[in-house]
Design a protein around this ligand. Structure first.
Ligand code: HEC
Length: 320
């Protein structure tokens, strides 16, 4: 692991705090999971795919550290992570290359990428990290989980989940190869669409152990508010069977295969759900030091986010 230090320093720069879990809990765990109550093979990427993803990440990171033109990782990690916007326009003097855009602050000269050119001014009070991810991520116009907002959920996902599950939820984050069992491919509709909202809420809040899976899937209940978790669930639902994008437009408008399950628990009806109350009782018992409103996340995601549940619901019922 001679490049590990570099990888971590780049990660620190880019705000991927999650990497601190890398390799700390590689407990060989359950290889078979359930979907719709039936035992199935857990959807994960092949080792070859994970190795390739990890190598590509490392190469980009090292190129960036050397200041090599053609690397974009330090500024726009998303070229590699999304697989789009990587190359300069065909026929241009720099075709086939990508690099730092010359018209942006901190540039070293070189070429833009399509996603980099999408930079918009930050909204008032918007955290830098939010602005950064918003520039290069899809914006959803509707939700598949009533009372939850995928646009807020994606922010948390991009801070806490990508290192393992990958930027496009394909289970190929830079850390994935180091984990056993491998992180789930969170876009596999044939598996994920059979899970109830409550199952997803439970595994995110309580971690793998809350659903008899591996502790390599951390618990997030001491970092995220319940509404944040619901918002992440809405984001995951919005990404089912979304294929690796062909181009930027494809990337920005993902089409999900998920259809809401009749009678499923969501943040609007949760207060009346006995199943939800039971799950919460167990989850909360396992959470040391939960701080209610004091749950601040990693400090990356603030500004426009963190609306109260009733305001999220109001926004959702009024339509986006
Ligand atoms: C440190 C790596 C890591 C991080 C970070 C991580 N996960 Fe996971 N996740 C895993 C692993 C590993 C598994 C598979 C566990 C198993 O098979 O036992 C998993 C499984 C899952 C599952 C599938 C559960 C099931 O029922 O099959 C969901 C959903 C999930 N993660 C969501 C998330 C979300 C959302 C985040 C961010 C808030 C996140 N994960 C962050 C490693 C991670």
């Amino acid at each position: 692991m001679k490049n590990n230090k570099l990888k971590l320093s780049v990660v620190a720069m880019t705000g991927f705090a999650v990497l601190m879990w890398a390799g700390t809990s590689s407990v060989a765990g359950e290889k078979r999971c359930t979907a719709g109550g039936v035992k199935v093979e857990c959807p994960t990427q092949s080792d070859a795919a994970l190795k390739k993803a990890s190598d590509a990440y490392e190469k980009e990171a090292n190129d960036m550290a050397k200041g090599k033109s053609g690397s974009t990782y330090g500024i726009s990690v998303f070229d590699y992570l999304t697989g789009v916007g990587k190359r300069a326009k065909k026929g241009s003097a720099t075709a086939g290359e990508s690099g730092y855009g010359s018209k942006h602050a901190g540039d070293t000269g070189g070429r833009h990428t399509e996603l980099w050119d999408r930079v918009k001014a930050p909204k008032k009070g918007e955290a830098v990290y939010n602005q950064w991810t918003n520039n290069w991520s899809p914006t959803f116009k509707s939700t598949l989980v009533q009372g939850a907002d995928p646009n807020e959920g994606k922010q948390w996902y991009y801070v806490y989940c990508i290192a393992c599950h990958g930027w496009t939820l394909q289970g190929d984050g830079p850390n994935a190869i180091e984990l056993d069992p491998r992180p789930r491919t969170l876009t596999k509709g044939s598996y994920m669409n059979k899970k109830t909202n409550l199952e997803l809420f439970t595994v995110i809040k309580g971690g793998g152990e809350a659903v008899s899976l591996s502790s390599s899937m951390p618990d997030w209940g001491n970092v995220l508010l319940d509404q944040d978790i619901w918002n992440v669930v809405a984001f995951v639902r919005a990404m089912q069977d979304v294929k690796p994008p062909k181009d930027v437009n494809d990337y920005l408008a993902p089409k999900s295969s998920f259809k809401p399950i009749a009678g499923d628990v969501n943040p609007l009806n949760a207060p009346k759900s006995a199943d939800f109350a039971d799950a919460q009782e167990l989850l909360e018992a396992g959470m040391a030091g939960r701080g209610g409103k004091n749950l601040v996340g990693g400090g990356y995601v603030n500004g426009g986010l963190r609306k109260a549940p009733k305001n999220v619901a109001k926004k959702v019922s009024a339509g986006y």
